[in-house]
Design a protein around this ligand. Sequence first.
Ligand SMILES: [Zn+2]
Length: 381
Amino acid sequence: MRRAFISPSKYVQGKNELENLGYFVESFGKVALLIANSDDIKRVKTQLDYTANKFDISFVESDFAGDCTHVEINRLKQLGNYDCVIGLGGGKAIDTAKCVSDGKNLIVVPTIVSSDAPTSHCAVVYNEDKTFSKYLYLSQNPSVVLVDTTVISNAPTRFLVAGMGDAISTYFEARTSKFSNSYVDAGFACGKEAVATEAALAIAKLCYEIILRDGACAKISNENKQVSLELSNVVEANTLLSGLGFENGGLSIAHAVCNGFSLISDTHKFLHGEIVAFCTLVQLVFEDIYNTKYPDKIVADSTNYLKELLPFYYEVGLPITLEDIGLCDDVDLLMRVAKKACEKDSCIHSSHIPVSWEAIFNAIEVASTTGTLYKQDAINK
Ligand SMILES: [Zn+2]
């Protein structure tokens, strides 16, 4: 079977790394289009000025409007006369920079690590009314992903923890995609269908292990604005390992159920990674319940992973119940979520165990009940 693997050309991460941004700009030319919110630019103005002077480069400021829309992308494309594009900040600035550059001569500088989008070759584009328009797949991954851990350590801890939630799902989704020989995004970026490499699965597993090992310490470091070894490891896991893991290893139940929850406005105040974290519990519960029907492709350790994840989530503050993501046990609402998750073209069908909306509905309820019981036990201890 055909296998494929894609990645950014360069990934660099370190304390005060923004001071080296000019080095990477210089590899393309002297002028960079800077796509970032004005608040984000203010936060790192000193470093931007420093690197511009040191490497004798300049930035074209874009007055980024804040959303990755077709109108904004077209406006920025007209600005012209630059050698490379920088997307600096959170997901929207980064996605806009991806679309303006089509991935070519693109430097991505995340200032928070709340999701694994920075390294990927896809972007989410919105309509003017802020509703979802489409996923855009670029011709290549970013040329450079530059992460300044000093900047990350000064960002609110909630972003780091949400990023851990997004990253934890990667291994379980890659694992089930691998069992089912499902096609991965990396293949389509290489011309046609391909399944995951062994490398992708190994990266996804390492991502999981680092977060479970270092996540709690990394959170404390972030709270104290310290760039510890653990924080650095988790930043790498949230960004590089999770990013490579999902594009090359595949998405499945956790992200499909997350898409289902996006129908419900009560969940919109939660970050993507927070919702995905709960949806990973749903995937593990689903595998745990329905494994027995498919003994030839058993993932017998889903139960063990659940036992490992619940205390970790509880410790770092990731959601373990529906209530934690702003919902109650509303049957009609959860049926809508489950049906949306199981739509025909959903990534949920990468699961090695065939899914039905009824089974996913059941898994959501069981996951939340399991979380509630865990919490009660933990409080009573
Ligand atoms: Zn995600």
